[in-house]
Write a protein that binds this ligand. Structure first.
Ligand SMILES: NC(=O)c1ccc[n+]([C@@H]2O[C@H](COP(=O)([O-])OP(=O)(O)OC[C@H]3O[C@@H](n4cnc5c(N)ncnc54)[C@H](OP(=O)(O)O)[C@@H]3O)[C@@H](O)[C@H]2O)c1
Length: 265
């Protein structure tokens, strides 16, 4: 069945591939960009910045004016930062929450009145493996993804009478623009400099050798077709999937040791 989909951040990475996949699957897709760029063929492109409340309102309004209904919302757009918690600049952590959480919240609030009326509603929130475990030197990024998890869990219960699926997707390491656009924030004379740079090298290497975003887009394409999808999809290497299972079983101190060993910090 053809669905009306709204997805944020289609200029690159997951957003580009998901939008492309959903058009291929026959859906009516509205996707957002911040500035002119190549977008997948067949997508209705809207300009929107998650830090600009008016642009969020206009984008959702455009979908409703054109389609009158909204069936699927995919909160994909997000920023990344890297830096020690002690050092990370205030403007960076504030922007991170403005982008990944406050903009995301506004999209949820504006779209729920329409999703609740749809007979086939699904809200898909792109979190991260970093939303399940606090990653060193990516603590603020992790904090925003933990917040996505908390909001999604609360929403499932609040939305119980309305038949809206709330799905969280936790990607592992993928090759996207996020590696190049990560905002790095560390003080010049930082005591963390060596460990930060060591672990950043590993993080970037994992991402650059990560999975193809098309794999995640195919999975999201399947989720959109499902009447009753699962609440969570971890889309990652088998090693990362295993680490997520271990996270629930092993003592916290052991998990911390494993993370510290992996990131050499
Ligand atoms: N790649 C991974 O390994 C990985 C792993 C776990 C989770 N994720 C999550 O997956 C999602 C997509 O990221 P990606 O990996 O595909 O990275 P990406 O290629 O950098 O895509 C990020 C998208 O978000 C948009 N965006 C950033 N800030 C924005 C803002 N203020 N307002 C509106 N749009 C904004 C970007 O637009 P511009 O082109 O204008 O910057 C871009 O379209 C993110 O939520 C990310 O946290 C990625």
């Amino acid at each position: 069945m053809k669905k009306v989909v709204f997805i944020t951040g289609i200029s690159s990475g997951f957003g580009f591939e998901i939008a492309k996949q959903l058009v291929k699957n026959g859906h009516i897709v509205y996707g957002t960009i911040r500035s002119k760029c190549e977008t997948p063929h067949g997508v209705h492109v809207l300009e929107m910045d998650l830090t600009d409340s008016d642009s969020i309102q206009k984008a959702i309004q455009s979908v409703i004016e054109n389609e009158t209904v909204l069936d699927v919302v995919i909160n994909n757009a997000g920023m990344h930062s890297g830096g020690p918690i002690e050092d990370i600049a205030e403007e960076v952590y504030r922007k991170h929450f403005e982008t990944n959480i406050f903009g995301f919240m506004q999209i949820i609030q504006l779209s729920l009145p329409y999703l609740r009326k749809s007979k086939q509603a699904t809200l898909i929130n792109i979190s991260s493996i970093g939303g399940l475990t606090g990653l060193p030197f990516q603590g603020i990024y992790s904090a925003t993804k933990f917040a996505i998890e908390g909001i999604s869990q609360a929403l499932r219960t609040e939305l119980k009478p309305y038949n809206v699926n709330v799905v969280v997707v936790n990607p592992g390491d993928f090759r996207t623009k996020n590696t190049a656009s990560r905002v790095k924030s560390i003080k010049e004379d930082s005591v963390y400099a060596e460990r930060f740079h060591n672990s950043l090298k590993i993080i970037e290497n994992d991402e650059n050798n990560g999975m193809d975003p098309k794999i995640l887009a195919q999975k999201v394409g399947q989720i959109v077709e499902m009447k009753k999808p699962k609440q969570r999809y971890i889309i990652s290497s088998n090693f990362q999937k295993l680490a997520c299972i271990a996270r629930r079983i092993l003592p916290e101190s052991l998990i911390q040791w494993l993370i510290s060993s992996h990131y050499k910090c």
